[in-house]
Design a protein around this ligand. Structure first.
Ligand SMILES: [Zn+2]
Length: 329
């Protein structure tokens, strides 16, 4: 059996809507007042959004459900589904630990709860019956103050091992603030963490070449080959991989269809920039959205050819932050 690696998957968007809906039912959650049946919830949860901001709002709802006491429920189902339905051998799951602390508490107390969030996730992403290797990436967020993001970085440093890297997430706001993020990413790297950042997902505005010396991968980055291909040789020189998540761009309103991805793949290939195909928020895409499904869609839409597939699947293992062993492709 061929096994795969997914490097870009958000904990908040990873779960099948049916799992979320059943959880809401168990909790008798007030949001069910809007969705008396599953179909209505499913359509709302998986509908394409006009903008990334709109998409992120629904994400916030799920993050609030994933509190410390409920994380074991979600982590188990996440591993079970990824192993059983997607044949994943290795997965890097990313999340913001602060958003999973108790929202009713003061910032001080919430900061103190972040270590526990990481520990609970670490303990619950290795179910014996589903032998998938899961490593964690902690997300900084552009909407949070620098001091708070620094605290997230400190949590990551304390948990190096289960935590393999740092990401910069949240809507692509304040492109002028890049110095703050470059500094934090540089510190992360100096402490032994790997780094990635959501850049060039919705536009080119956030892409500053000053990021490149402190990044191992770029989350999406599709607007670099599309709008600034002159930057590709620098990425190739540094062997920075792009994490490309095909269906996600349709769901967040970034691309209308897969046609423009042809230029992303062909220009990166010509320049020698590695691409790892990933899922981003598979639970938010119309089902079934799996990593093998994303590979198939790329071939189906003539973005890549079948003979290129193995190389792309290998790239996910090569670009992984914490994979040890032999890929079973
Ligand atoms: Zn993402």
């Amino acid at each position: 059996m061929t096994l795969y690696a997914d490097l870009h998957r958000h904990l908040g968007g990873a779960l099948h809507p049916r799992i979320i809906y059943k959880f809401l039912q168990r909790q008798d959650h007030p949001v069910l007042g809007y969705f008396p049946d599953y179909e209505g919830f499913y359509n709302w949860f998986t509908r394409p959004c006009r903008t990334l901001e709109e998409f992120v709002k629904i994400h916030t709802l799920v993050e609030e459900l994933q509190s410390v006491e409920h994380l074991p429920y979600f982590c188990f189902r996440l591993c079970r589904g990824a192993y059983t339905f997607e044949n994943l051998q290795y997965m890097e799951i990313r999340y913001n630990p602060y958003f999973r602390t108790d929202h009713k508490q003061s910032t001080e107390i919430r900061l103190g709860q972040m270590d526990e969030v990481v520990e609970v996730i670490t303990a619950n992403v290795r179910p014996a019956e589903y032998p998938i290797t899961v490593r964690q990436i902690l997300c900084l967020d552009r909407r949070l103050p620098e001091e708070l993001n620094r605290k997230i970085l400190e949590v990551a440093k304390r948990h190096i091992g289960p935590v393999v890297g740092i990401d910069l997430a949240g809507p692509e706001i304040d492109p002028g603030k890049w110095e703050v993020w470059v500094k934090l990413m540089g510190e992360a790297r100096a402490s032994g963490l790997k780094t990635t950042a959501h850049l060039g997902e919705t536009s080119i505005e956030n892409v500053h070449s000053q990021y490149f010396p402190v990044l191992d991968r770029i989350g999406h980055g599709i607007h670099i080959p599309l709008l600034k291909p002159e930057l590709l040789p620098e990425l190739a020189k540094r062997q920075i991989s792009l994490e490309v998540c095909p269906t996600s761009y349709r769901q967040t309103g970034v691309l209308q269809d897969f046609t423009r991805l042809k230029a992303v793949f062909s220009r990166c290939k010509a320049a020698g920039v590695p691409i790892a195909v990933c899922t981003d928020n598979p639970g938010r895409n119309p089902a079934p959205c799996t990593l093998p499904g994303e590979y198939e869609r790329l071939i189906d839409h003539d973005v890549i050819e079948f003979h290129e597939l193995k190389e792309i699947q290998n790239e996910a293992f090569r670009s992984a932050f914490g994979f040890v062993g032999t890929p079973r492709i």
